[in-house]
Design a protein around this ligand. Sequence first.
Ligand SMILES: [Zn+2]
Length: 309
Amino acid sequence: MAEGAASGLAGSLIETWQAQARDGFLLLDPEDHQIEVKSSTDPDTAVPYRFRWLPHRELRSNIPELERRRILNPARDERRLFRDPRDPSGRHCFLCIENIRECHPRELLIELNLADRTFYAGANYAWVGQNHFTVISGQHENQEYASDILGAMLDLHRATGGTFRVLFHGQGVGATIPWHLHLQITTEALPIEELSPAAEGAYPLAVHRFHPLRTGGDDVSTAVASWSAADHKNHGVNIIVAGSTTDPNVFVVPRDRRRAVASNKGLIGGFEVAGDFIYSEPSMREQFESATYHTAREALRQVRPVAPV
Ligand SMILES: [Zn+2]
């Protein structure tokens, strides 16, 4: 286990997660022994792709059920909720802190200062992994990469002693809320962490690995900016920070919003890019049962951008 695990910020986050589980705020108890997980290692890359059946996630848009469980406040005042005028559905912003306080008063928010900005970590009740928090900007601002986002990701990774993996999903390539900046964190090891530099060429997606503590990190921002500038409308990235705190790996995966969906999986977000495949829809049960590393390879291959990366 990484140095610093279960102490400091990592310890506070894990205790908060456990408290939220005890309180019934999570849609499924993360200790439920019936959670189905399977793994299939790709012989070409040694990446142990993981497949998880997490049907509780389907409840995240079931408002009566969320209200019944008091995950969603039945007495919320809809008039107080901020709505981004760009949202065609007219829904309130799920990530504005004031909206969360009104809608989810039982959610425990941990204030964080990352790269001189204020964020709040809140347990994701429709979690995809152990200790899965959404880390939310204190400001309602677009889900767009900027160099201080990398700084915030590295600060958070370091502050948890490397126990928490930090993910950024770009707009349209995993992020379903494009107008409010957020990160995802979990203590679950991600399969891509097993990808050796020598095997990167055999990974179905283009992966650019950086070592920002050796280089200063400008190379990450340059790579992201260059990919984005080549086609601002369609290009996005997934970014993953994992590894030791003394030399973290930053994986940057260029994506194309026109190729965000795989025929055998659906939307490929940051977790899938990292080799972690989440299934929740009843219609996907068969795909989950038959999934192997071939499935993962095929899904990732389908979303690899056509443009040179
Ligand atoms: Zn917002």
